[in-house]
Ligand binder design. Structure first.
Ligand code: CUA
Length: 189
């Protein structure tokens, strides 16, 4: 049928053009993704962490700020609240951490064996704990109450059973407990 032949050619040309267009679009997307990887990779490589604090894993238990008697929450005379904690297979020390609400809280932690990490409930208190390095950040807890603090880096067979609790106290209640200057925790004694 003569009239159908040109129409067949036309539709073939249309489909070839459409496929070529899609090929160009896909190539552009792939090029964009590769470019993003290269740019972000170079960006991160050229901007190392602003500060790196190391700690000797072999002596972390016996000297320095992570000895057992220094773990927990303390308030310095200038009113700074600091939580010192250690992660190890498969627990955090202390197991229950006391912090005030509506006050900046400095966390300082490290790990003694493998990489661990933690997140406090649904707050933005979230970090990795790497043996040999001190992880530190400052955060504020707007709500009082108890939060769970699970380990969120796979650290071995006991990983899913590794968690601590965080008690966020009203600032006044915390201050009356912390005024003595000794370290605080809510671990039952
Ligand atoms: Cu510690 Cu997972």
């Amino acid at each position: 049928m003569p009239p159908s032949a040109p129409r067949g050619h036309a539709s073939e040309a249309v489909s070839v053009a459409a496929e070529r267009l899609w090929a160009y679009i896909v190539m552009a997307i792939i090029a964009l993704l590769v470019l993003m990887m290269v740019v972000t990779g170079l960006h991160w490589a050229s901007m190392p962490p602003s500060r790196v604090e190391t700690v000797d894993v072999k002596t972390v238990h016996i000297k320095g700020e992570f000895v057992e008697t220094n773990l927990g929450t303390t308030m310095s005379p200038d009113g700074k609240v600091t939580v010192h904690l250690i992660a190890q297979q498969y627990s955090f020390v202390p197991q229950c951490i006391v912090v005030p609400a509506d006050m900046p809280v400095i966390f300082r932690g490290t790990a003694t064996d493998v990489i661990h990490g933690f997140v406090v409930g649904k707050t933005n208190a979230n970090t990795m704990l790497i043996p040999g390095f001190v992880a530190t950040f400052t955060t504020t807890f707007p709500r009082t109450g108890e939060q769970l603090m699970p380990c969120h880096e796979y650290c071995g067979t006991g990983h899913e059973a590794m968690w601590a609790r965080v008690q966020v106290l009203p600032a006044q209640e915390f201050l009356s407990k912390a005024r003595s200057g000794e370290r605080l925790s809510c671990v039952p004694r």
